[in-house]
Ligand binder design. Structure first.
Ligand code: SF4
Length: 377
């Protein structure tokens, strides 16, 4: 089992909070065409790494895959079918921005026959929220997207939502999630707003145009989102991800299960043979890397400490948590250390113990970065 990730690094403009790598471009410009040529080269060039792998999931992310013509997505997929062993039961996801949800785009996706899962960033269900977040679409685009999913029979799709910003009121969160439930949206990713360095929001924060709410505000909205989603029948299967029964993302779940994957495009990461590697982040450096037939820019072989740290980090992100027996047999050297941290007085209340598993409580999830880092060796 393995996965493939394709990073399409173009956006119409930058959203206020976003630190994913993307550049502005004109639709289907020479820059885009040149990038696609390089991407196809990279896909063929790296195929020997997965010659014995069955690919279970493909994910077109970005940036904005729906910014480029769908015919490019078809070319990329046809290159994947040529060089990789794709599972007949492939999960193939594409990210679509709501403003690109047109009848023609959905018709093309449906007739392609290979796209079977969609993911989109609604982020808010009110125009005031969308404006605050610096999104390039309106709520009417969100509704059109939902109508097109139904018209073209895409029943497996995900919607992203952002909470935890100063102008967002609880009643708006309640209204939004009621709409999501009424539309029977099968998968929801809910993120609290983080302000990363070098984003437009970081500048606005520094100059006092926006303000960061306090931790109580974040925690209270996080719990509200969680309780609403659970009351509507969603399962909380990872820190930020909720799905109706059986509708979880196979692609993302594979990351948390250490399934190997290859990433293509600028800034894409790969993981195989116990090593992680990164492509160049900038498009110009990536193009150079590909023309020189370089596999990646950086590579890190994971040692035993790294493997333990990754195991704890990824497993605590999931709703099941850490299987204690499994951890003991896989990492006997670190078992005593793990148990010692688990029972530390200042941390023990942040854990839930069920049978042989330990997972984070809701309060624990809220400070998960800190708790997980305490286990690191
Ligand atoms: S959030 Fe999405 S659309 Fe907005 S800048 Fe980032 S990648 Fe582009």
């Amino acid at each position: 089992m393995s996965g493939l990730y394709i990073h399409i690094p173009f956006c119409v403009r930058k959203c206020g909070y976003c630190d994913f790598y993307s550049v502005r471009a004109s639709k289907d410009s020479e820059l885009v065409q040149h990038f696609i040529d390089n991407l196809l080269t990279e896909i063929s060039f790296k195929s020997y790494l997965f010659k014995n792998e069955i690919v279970d999931t493909v994910y077109f992310g970005g940036g904005t895959p729906s910014f480029i013509s769908f015919s490019y997505i078809e070319r990329i997929f046809s290159c994947l079918t040529k060089y990789y062993n794709l599972n007949p039961d492939l999960e193939c996801t594409i990210e679509i921005n709501p403003e690109h949800a047109t009848d023609e785009y959905f018709r093309q996706m449906r007739s392609s026959g290979f796209i079977n899962r969609l993911s989109t960033g609604f982020q808010a269900m009110d125009d005031q929220g969308l404006k605050y977040l610096g999104r390039n679409h309106s709520v009417s685009d969100n509704y059109r997207y939902l109508d097109l999913c139904s018209k073209y029979d895409f029943s497996n799709f995900s919607v992203d939502y952002i909470f935890g910003y100063e102008t967002l009121e609880n009643k708006e969160i309640e209204r939004s999630f009621k709409i999501f439930s009424d539309y029977n949206i099968p998968h929801i990713s809910a993120y609290s707003l983080g302000i990363e360095d070098n984003t437009p929001f970081a500048k606005k924060l520094a100059s006092g145009i926006i303000h960061r709410p306090d931790d109580d505000f974040f925690l209270q909205q996080f719990k509200l989102v969680h309780n609403l989603l659970e009351s509507f029948g969603y399962q909380h299967y990872e820190i930020s991800n909720y799905s109706l029964p059986g509708m979880y993302s196979r692609h993302n779940s594979n990351y948390w299960d250490f399934v190997p994957y290859l990433g293509f495009g600028p800034s894409a990461h790969s993981f195989y043979n116990n090593s992680r590697s990164w492509n160049a982040r900038k498009l110009v450096d990536y193009s150079k890397q590909i023309s020189e037939k370089q596999l990646y820019t950086e590579n890190e072989i994971l040692n035993q400490d790294d493997n333990f740290n990754e195991y704890v980090m990824l497993k605590f992100r999931t709703f099941k948590g850490v299987d204690i027996s499994c951890l003991k047999s896989r990492f006997p050297k670190y078992f005593d250390h793990f148990m010692k941290i688990l029972h530390r007085k200042d941390l023990v209340d942040y854990f839930d113990f069920t049978d042989d598993y330990v997972k984070l409580t809701l309060d624990g999830i809220f400070i998960s970065d800190y708790i997980i880092s305490e286990f690191f060796v």
